[in-house]
Design a protein around this ligand. Structure first.
Ligand SMILES: NC(=O)c1ccc[n+]([C@@H]2O[C@H](COP(=O)([O-])OP(=O)(O)OC[C@H]3O[C@@H](n4cnc5c(N)ncnc54)[C@H](OP(=O)(O)O)[C@@H]3O)[C@@H](O)[C@H]2O)c1
Length: 348
């Protein structure tokens, strides 16, 4: 098995390379700068790793770089700017593709654009395979299954205790600031829409004892969950504090910041999702998933997703995490990396 990490010289790309090495997976480092790629290989203790140069806008070079790899892990953001060409090249090369985008508009665009092409090529394309997109999608699948698989209403709320953000995150979130301010998409009666109003004004966040006030927030799971759960309504939510943390970010701020959190800051990070599902039959269930180190966990998740696609295959097309992977199996695998989850009935 061989995987390519595109954007391997970046902050998260280097963590993904180190994770692939730790797992004993043959990895090719791909990116636009030969020297930065070699430095990234050395940083990961992988001096003899293969590097291949390709810019995100050079289709032929990308296809050549991916020609013999089973799966591509794309770590080069902002994805709204650089992501589409990498998806197209991975499909052309016949490689599965996962990316670590947290950009809800881009994730929707990949679903809307590449389904037929990926199906024809027989490959799986999974956008948003991060500590955010994958656990929130999988825990929602498990929570919806608890009420019988048919939902009237799904609320997904994120909580983050941050130890800082990488320059790449600040750049990417800053570039979609208007979407963050507006709250992004909701899902209502078969459609994703920026006008779908949130029904919840508060929710008990994981570890909380009382409801916290929440506002609409552009979570990737709002796009992915309706791909596999039959539901009339999905909303993404965050506390006012998290909303303010993200809406303060801008591309200009990115240039003044260090490349990313230190290892100690990463260990101090905490993230969590609370999911509440009202079933079509009137039953309710609640799911929670929590973890730490957003960047290290994202590297683990993206590499494991690529490994599973390469080893086990998946249906061809653009897929939500729960369409490609066994939800409980993947979340349990993450238990060794500090991720915990639970699903329980909610008594009315
Ligand atoms: N939970 C989440 O949602 C989550 C978690 C982690 C990361 N992310 C996302 O992942 C992305 C990367 O973050 P990061 O902090 O790792 O960023 P970063 O350190 O800035 O790395 C970006 C990478 O992209 C490469 N790149 C940029 N433009 C390119 C081009 N035209 N052609 C080829 N390569 C290009 C850079 O190459 P050079 O080294 O040559 O500049 C670098 O390797 C961001 O969008 C971030 O939001 C999301």
């Amino acid at each position: 098995m061989k995987i390519a990490v595109f954007g391997a010289s970046g902050y998260t790309g280097r963590l993904a390379v180190a994770e692939a090495r730790r797992r004993g997976i043959d990895v090719v480092l791909v990116g636009r700068g030969a020297e930065r790629l070699r430095a990234a290989a050395s940083d990961a203790g992988f001096q003899d790793a293969e590097t291949r140069v390709a810019d995100a806008e050079d289709h032929d070079a990308l296809v050549a770089a991916f020609r013999d790899v089973d799966a591509v892990v794309n770590c080069a953001g902002p994805f709204a700017r650089w992501g589409e060409g990498v998806v197209r090249a991975a499909i052309a090369a016949g490689s599965h593709h996962v990316d670590i985008s947290g950009e809800q508009p881009y994730i929707r665009h990949v679903f809307d654009t590449f389904g037929a092409e990926a199906e024809r090529a027989g490959v799986a394309v999974l956008p948003g395979i991060t500590d955010d997109g994958l656990p929130s999608d999988l825990i929602t699948a498990l929570t919806a299954a608890r009420v019988g698989g048919e939902a009237e209403e799904i609320a997904i709320a994120v909580d983050i205790a941050s130890g800082g953000a990488s320059r790449g995150t600040i750049r990417s979130m800053g570039a979609m600031r208007d979407t963050l301010i507006d709250g992004g998409l909701g899902y209502e009666d078969g459609e994703l829409s920026p006008r779908a109003a949130a029904r919840r004004k508060d929710i008990v966040l994981p570890g909380g004892s009382a409801p916290t006030a929440v506002v609409r927030f552009p979570l990737p799971a709002v796009v992915t969950v309706p791909r596999h759960v039959s539901t009339r309504h999905v909303e993404g939510l965050a506390s006012q504090e998290v909303y303010e943390l993200f809406t303060r970010l801008s591309p200009e701020l990115a240039e003044q910041m260090p490349e990313g959190p230190t290892a100690a800051q990463r260990q101090a990070m905490r993230w969590a999702f609370a999911v509440e599902v009202l079933g079509a039959g009137g039953r309710s269930a609640r799911g929670e998933v929590r973890g730490s180190d957003a960047y290290g966990t994202t590297a683990v998740i993206a590499v494991e997703a690529a490994r599973r696609l390469a080893a086990d295959g998946a249906p061809a097309g653009v897929l939500a995490p729960a369409q490609a992977f066994d939800a409980a199996g993947f979340l349990d695998f993450l238990g060794d990396h500090g991720v915990g989850w639970s699903v329980s009935d909610v008594r009315q």
